[in-house]
Ligand binder design. Structure first.
Ligand code: NAG
Ligand code: NAG
Length: 314
C-alpha cells in the first residue's frame, strides 16, 4: 500500500519533468527559428588611414528570405545613412561595399571614418524581427614630420627649452627626443649618461626643458612623434653650449678701463703740453731749417743773404 503511493508520486514527477522538458524544447525551437540574431567578430576594429577594413555583421539565425539590411554611421551623436536601400551612400560612396550577409567593407579609409557604425537587420517573417549591432571603428593616422625648435647656443648654467609639435597624428602623438642619436630617457636618473642632466621631458607635449644647461648637454638633437600608426622625425639640429667666464669678463673690463684711463691721461697731457708747446715748437721747426737754409745760402752766395732774410720773415 505504502509503496504504491510512492510509485504514484514518482510517476507524477516524471510526467511533470517530461512536460517541462517539452515546453523548454518548444520555446527553444520557436525562438531559434523565428528570430533574427546578429553577431560580429570585432566590436572595436581599427585600421591605418588608406588601408581597408571590414565591419563584420554576421547573421546567426534568420528565417526571412530577403531581410532589410541597413548601416548607419553615428558621429557626435548624429546618425547618417551609410547603406540604405541596397546602396552605399554618404561619404563612403565608391569606397565601400557590402559582403554577404551584411558585412561592410571600407576599401580606402580616411581619418573622418572614425565613428560608431550600426548594422541593422529587419526580418519581417521572424517572430523577433529586428536586431542590431554596434561597432566602434578607429582610423589611425600616422604622424607627419614634427616641428622642432631649439636654441642654437646657450650659456652654461642657463635654462633652455626644446619644443616638438605635430598635430595630424591620431591617436594623439607621443614624443621622444634624441641626443647624439641616443634616446633621452623620461627620467635622467635611469641612465648613467644623463644622470647629472637637469632636464624634464614631457612626452605628451614634446617639450624638453633644461633648468641648468651643462657642457655635456651640447650636441645634436632631434625629436620623434609617434603613435600606433607609426612615427615621423624632424631633422637633427645642433645646440651649442658656451662658457661664460666671470673672471675673464672682469679682467677684460678692467683692461678696457685701464686702457681708456691711459688714453685719457695721455690725451690730457699731450693736449696740455701740445697746446703750450705747439707754437714754440713750430717756431723752432721753422727756425731750424730756415737757419740751415740761411747758412747754405750764405755759404754759397752773398746775394742770398737778402733772400735768406726775406725767407726768414716769411
Ligand atoms: C585613398 O583616398 C585618398 C584620399 O582620401 C586618395 O588620395 C588615394 O589615392 C586613395 N587611394 C586609393 C588606393 O584609392
Ligand atoms: C655626476 O655628478 C657627480 C657630482 O658632481 C659626480 O661625482 C659624478 O661623477 C657625475 N656623474 C656623471 C655620470 O657625470
Amino acid at each position: 500500500m505504502y509503496s504504491q503511493t510512492e510509485h504514484c508520486i514518482d510517476f507524477k514527477m516524471a510526467l511533470t519533468r517530461l512536460a517541462c522538458f517539452l515546453v523548454l524544447l518548444s520555446t527553444h525551437y520557436f525562438f531559434t527559428v523565428l528570430a533574427v540574431i546578429l553577431r560580429t567578430t570585432d566590436k572595436a576594429p581599427w585600421a591605418n588611414e588608406f588601408d581597408s577594413i571590414e565591419l563584420s555583421c554576421l547573421v546567426e539565425s534568420i528565417s526571412t528570405k530577403n531581410p532589410r539590411i541597413e548601416w548607419k554611421k553615428i558621429k557626435n551623436g548624429e546618425p547618417s545613412y551609410v547603406y540604405f536601400e541596397k546602396k552605399i551612400s554618404g561619404d563612403l560612396e565608391n569606397r565601400a561595399r557590402i559582403r554577404e550577409p551584411a558585412t561592410l567593407v571600407i576599401t580606402n579609409t580616411t581619418r573622418s571614418d572614425t565613428a560608431q557604425y550600426r548594422c541593422e537587420v529587419t526580418a519581417t517573417n521572424d517572430q523577433k524581427s529586428f536586431d542590431e549591432i554596434l561597432i566602434q571603428l578607429v582610423v589611425r593616422v600616422k604622424p607627419v614630420t614634427p616641428k622642432c625648435s631649439l636654441p642654437k647656443s646657450v650659456p652654461v648654467g642657463k635654462s633652455a627649452e626644446l619644443g616638438c609639435v605635430e598635430d595630424e597624428g591620431f591617436p594623439k602623438s607621443q614624443y621622444q627626443w634624441f641626443h647624439n642619436n641616443e634616446e633621452i630617457p623620461d627620467d635622467p636618473k635611469t641612465s648613467p649618461k644623463f644622470f647629472n642632466s637637469s632636464y624634464v621631458l614631457n612626452s605628451e607635449t614634446g617639450t624638453l626643458k633644461f633648468s641648468v644647461v651643462r657642457k655635456e648637454d651640447a650636441g645634436q638633437y632631434y625629436c620623434r612623434a609617434k603613435n600606433d600608426a607609426g612615427y615621423s622625425e624632424c631633422s637633427a639640429q645642433i645646440m651649442e653650449v658656451y662658457d661664460i667666464n666671470i673672471a675673464g669678463i672682469v679682467l677684460g673690463v678692467l683692461v678696457v678701463v685701464v686702457v681708456l684711463l691711459c688714453i685719457t691721461v695721455g690725451i690730457c697731457c699731450a693736449y696740455k703740453r701740445g697746446y703750450f708747446a705747439s707754437q714754440k715748437q713750430t717756431g723752432n721747426n721753422y727756425k731750424a731749417p730756415a737757419k740751415g737754409d740761411g747758412v747754405d745760402y750764405v755759404r754759397t752766395e752773398d746775394e742770398g743773404d737778402f733772400r735768406h732774410k726775406s725767407s726768414f720773415v716769411i
